[in-house]
Design a protein around this ligand. Sequence first.
Ligand SMILES: *Cc1c(COP(=O)(O)O)cnc(C)c1O
Length: 427
Amino acid sequence: MPHFSYQHGELHAENVPLTQIAHQFGTPTYVYSKAALVENFRSYSDACKKHGRGDDGALVCYSVKSNSNIAVLNLLGKLGSGFDIVSGGELLRVLAAGGSPRKVIFSGVGKSREEMCLALSHDILCFNVESIPELHRLNEVAAELGKKAPISLRVNPNVDAKTHPYISTGLKDNKFGVAYEDALETYRVAASLPHIDVTGIDCHIGSQLLDDAPLLEAVDKLIELIDTLAAENIHVHHLDIGGGIGIDYDGDKPVAVGDYLARLFAKIDAWRAAKYDGTPIKVLFEPGRSIVGNAGVLLTEVQFIKHGETKNFAIVDAAMNDLMRPAMYEAWHGVQPVKQRDAATAIYDVVGPVCESGDWLARARELAIEQGDLLAILSAGAYGMTMSSNYNTRGRAAEVMVDGAQVHLIRQRESAADLFALESLLP
Ligand SMILES: *Cc1c(COP(=O)(O)O)cnc(C)c1O
């Protein structure tokens, strides 16, 4: 993980020893590197610029659900990022972080009237619509507000993203998007509604994709559809390819973002030159994991070492409520001791204190550790804090962002009192 490295036998985030962060803020704590975030965002924005796409030609809409801390959103917004949201709450976060609603796209299969109303009143860039009933609801809400809702249809290109079934979204049999075969008819409906303005087309085929071939295949299908629509006089002005580029969790070798974008833009430019006299089409991206995933670790302390009959357990103070991915997807996260010990290793399952057998963070890891040691759970910047819960009345972890030699607290640790503050006794 760039920007997380050992210096004098001790793991640092940029120039700050993780030990210092644990002393200052306690554990468990999510630790993010500002430099890593900036670098990862720039891998997209620089590639767009390199291929001659300024603000009119491309927009990176960071996927807020991957890590929605307002300091993260603010930082990315200042770098020019737009935002892909999936709820009204995420829109309010983007606004609180100073993000521009004109760069917001709204995805998700179940948008409520209230959420549509909120998004319309802020004049967001586009609604990524996923069904015909949603089109009708949006048309009604826009009519009540005297507005036209800009939309793109999330089309399901039916390509196999070759990723975990829980995070694959582009195949026929999942809840997302409009089937490819139904897309034309759905666009006809959209074009017929007076308070709907067809502006784009989008897809998002899955997550943690290591290869860009499925994405390029999806673009081919979208291109075909855009041509069919144009023949019916339905013109889309942007093509949104979604997110999905993976990160290195366990020696994985994801495609370099710059290489993927070079191939993508070459394909799109060739098509526009052949069919539209070179008139460009705006390209949107919705990356999440590839921007934040390897920009953060979860810092935790070993509470006890327990030698079971067949296994050794390192019981740590972070748990499935802090980092849900292992319990939910059997996801693999690297585990590194903050201080390297010159001692014998043993094989451990790293588990939390929550009362569930599914409460594990890592299995069968060779570690040289003792009670009281600090561990870093790696690659935890995406879908870590945002998927956390208060199960077992555990306050959520603190979050800090490191910038060079400085550490900024960007979310306080929740206290137990915070957790029941909204509850009340019977009268
Ligand atoms: C989750 C999501 C993303 C981000 O996916 P990553 O794999 O984190 O890049 C993008 N678009 C939509 C619609 C999503 O649901």
